[in-house]
Design a binder for this molecule. Structure first.
Ligand code: SIN
Ligand code: MN
Length: 275
């Protein structure tokens, strides 16, 4: 379908659609308000305190690295997963209904947050989960402000045009096994596309193609960098192999339905009046 001919929603401009196609990402600061992000921030200690397999820790076995599937055991994160300001532009870019393939709250804790090595997400989804096509998207919602100090996500523009790149399974660098790219490949891609690290206030939204190469450095600053990553997939493109845990690669392919636009604020108010 030509750019500008959109069947699902019209939240994004023609320039934004073109940027996504050419560079592989769109950055939308202030999509959510600080008050909405405070509602999520308020829930974090309770989510991170849980000792359950979904809540994955760093090598120190203390600081939380990522809380998988938090939308299944926390109402505020469930609301975020169904938020129209997140789902509508995603359906627009993928041109159809979507389900959530993966949901994680990446803590990148102050002082302790470890690196995420260079990788493509679709590489893992194709290899491990047999997702047929790269018709899926990563959406990052900044709960904390992201700065140059607290381990911002780095993206290599245009790298989504390279298809699935060869990768090695790195079981050693961090507590979480990951299919990672070699130095020569990253060097070549950066020479071709450069490097960006979108920074912005809480409530910023970053949408990036599932083949875009990305990574982030460790966080030795005194500021945490919590980002929620929602990986949404077109419902026709659902995974075909179920070898990973359900809470890492979801198997419910029901199309997402939007909650009300003010759902996070309304939830915060309900919680306040109940306390
Ligand atoms: C990811 O690529 O899944 C996470 C990267 C990050 O949290 O910096
Ligand atoms: Mn990733």
């Amino acid at each position: 379908m030509p750019l500008g001919m959109k069947e699902y929603g019209n939240m994004l401009t023609k320039d934004q659609l073109q940027q996504f196609d050419e560079l592989g990402y769109i950055f939308l600061p202030n999509t959510f308000s600080r008050a909405e992000m405070n509602v999520l921030g308020h829930e974090l200690p309770g989510v991170f305190a849980q000792r359950r397999p979904e809540v994955w820790r760093e090598k120190n076995d203390e600081s939380v690295r990522t809380a998988f599937a938090a939308h299944h055991y926390n109402e505020a994160f469930r609301l975020l997963a169904h938020h129209p300001r997140m789902i509508q532009p995603t359906m627009e870019l993928l041109d159809g209904p979507v389900y959530i393939h993966q949901f994680k709250v990446n803590a990148k804790a102050a002082f302790d947050g470890d690196v995420w090595q260079w990788h493509q997400d679709y590489g893992t989804w194709a290899r491990d989960d047999l997702m047929p096509e790269p018709r899926a998207m990563n959406i990052a919602v900044f709960v904390d402000e992201v700065t140059e100090f607290n381990g911002p996500l780095m993206l290599i523009p245009k790298s989504h045009k390279s298809g699935v790149l060869e990768a090695g399974h790195d079981l050693a660098t961090t507590s979480y096994p990951l299919w990672t790219l070699d130095k020569a490949t990253v060097t070549r891609l950066v020479e071709e596309g450069g490097l960006v690290a979108p920074k912005g206030p809480p409530g910023s939204l970053l949408m990036f193609h599932c083949n875009l190469v990305h990574a982030s450095p460790g966080n030795i600053s005194p500021w945490s960098r919590t980002i929620v990553y929602i990986s949404a997939c077109h419902v026709d493109n659902h995974i075909r192999r179920f070898q990973r845990e359900e809470w890492i690669a979801h198997r419910d392919f029901t199309p997402l339905e939007c909650e009300a636009d003010d759902c996070l604020i309304a939830y915060g108010q309900r919680m306040q009046s109940a306390s």
